[in-house]
Ligand binder design. Structure first.
Ligand SMILES: *Cc1c(COP(=O)(O)O)cnc(C)c1O
Length: 395
């Protein structure tokens, strides 16, 4: 007999961790408890509300210092950050870009904006991110070295880049992935939108890619309302990223000259002001989120058929979205669990629909995706806001 859980046991476990009350407990709400008002007021009082101002510069400097990269460039959102990462990595129309099938739509959209084609790869149980050993075997079958890079023998298209994503904040196993990239001459770009504060082998995620993208959407670990950033250790790419996201204007006291097609992707000063205040609080946010994750972990220990997903070995996760993983035999209970938890005011949700199932991407190349397909049926995100981990709600 296979072990399975009762829906009530899961609800009981959630209730030992979560506050009781009438309202709905959201999945992830922002925590605005620092200098946000002060800094935003300063923007409004001084009139520095828009595309230049001291908070943009400060936010970029603080982000670079925190994540340990040479340059951080603040932009309007994480999708725009990914778009520019891909452009600067020389992804061209008609190229293929490897990415997990299990990701948020932004990863695939950004590739499409470049005229490139997403090529979907499978995930692994240990990290919920891309499986580099499975990828290695796959590339040995389909990839071919040519003078200008790696080609897909089946489609004849160049495989220019790979965009791993640190799912729900849990770092991908980056070292073996870097080896695969070097072996096949594929550029690494990290979608670190979910992993601000997550470390792999003691270093912040986003340091392995040639370029990496962060997001500060309202539901992320810290927020700027909407926003994103490009990270890079390459000074020249950092300079270019700033230039191309600020309309590629050639600096001059009065002349308007632009030396390439640029983008108006810069983050407004008001949003950067919120970001500076949020970043000041990040260590406290991360501690609260770890506390919450630890209490979830304890609450779900001993319930058969379901487990709390803990950070991978070698990693320190930000636990952006806490995750329950059902055993394969229990996958059939997932929908009943979604319904019962949402009915009791505890917001839960399944993972994203896999990218290759969406109408715009059904024709895209893909490898065997059996692990991602299984995750799609077995994953459940549970409330993860900072406020739930501060200790204020403890009995
Ligand atoms: C949030 C997120 C992004 C960026 O989203 P924006 O809303 O554009 O900031 C990109 N990739 C992943 C995986 C995300 O979760």
């Amino acid at each position: 007999m296979t072990a399975s859980f009762s829906t009530q046991a899961v609800i009981n476990a959630l209730q030992t961790v979560l506050p009781s009350g009438d309202g709905l407990i959201p999945l992830h709400e922002p925590c605005i408890t620092g200098n946000e008002w002060t800094y935003v007021k300063e923007c409004l009082d001084t009139g520095w509300v828009s595309s230049v101002g001291k908070f943009v510069d400060r936010f970029e400097e603080d982000l670079a210092a925190y994540t340990g990269v040479k340059r951080a460039i603040a932009v309007v959102n994480g999708t725009a950050a990914l778009h520019i990462c891909l452009l600067l990595a020389d992804v061209k129309p008609g190229d293929e870009v490897l990415m997990p099938a299990l990701t948020f739509i932004a990863t695939a959209n950004a590739v499409s904006y470049c005229g490139a084609i997403p090529h979907f790869i499978d995930s692994e149980e240990a990290t919920l991110g891309v499986d580099s050993s499975k990828l290695n075997i796959y590339l040995e079958e389909i990839a071919e070295h040519r003078t200008d890079g790696c080609y897909n023998r089946l489609t004849g298209r160049r495989i220019k880049a790979i965009v791993p994503m640190h799912t729900f904040g849990h770092p991908v196993d980056l070292d073996p992935l870097v080896e695969v990239c070097q072996r096949f001459d594929i550029t690494l770009i990290e979608d670190a939108a979910e992993s601000l504060g997550s470390l792999y082998k003691g270093r912040h995620t986003g340091q392995w890619g040639l370029l990496s993208a962060l997001s500060f959407n309202g539901n992320k670990t810290i927020t700027t309302g909407g926003g994103g950033a490009i990270l890079t250790n390459d000074e020249e790419l950092g300079r270019l990223a700033k230039h191309i996201t600020t309309t590629a204007k050639v600096p001059h006291r009065w002349e308007f000259n632009h030396d390439m097609v640029g983008y108006n992707y810069r983050m407004p000063n008001i949003n950067a002001a919120i970001g500076c205040a949020q970043l000041e609080q990040l260590p406290g946010f991360l501690a609260a989120k770890r506390d919450l994750a630890e209490r979830y972990h304890q609450a779900f220990t001993g319930i058969p058929g379901i487990r709390f997903f803990s950070e991978p070995a070698n990693s320190r996760s930000n636990y952006w979205l806490n995750t329950l993983l059902l055993d394969e035999e229990c996958a059939g209970q997932r929908n009943a669990l979604l319904e019962a938890t949402n009915d009791t005011g505890v917001m839960t949700r399944p993972a994203w629909t896999l990218m290759h199932k969406l109408p715009m991407f059904t024709g895209c190349p893909k490898m065997d995706l059996s692990v991602a397909e299984s995750f799609e049926q077995r994953l459940l995100n549970i409330p993860s806001s900072v406020i739930l981990g501060t200790g204020l709600n403890h009995a």
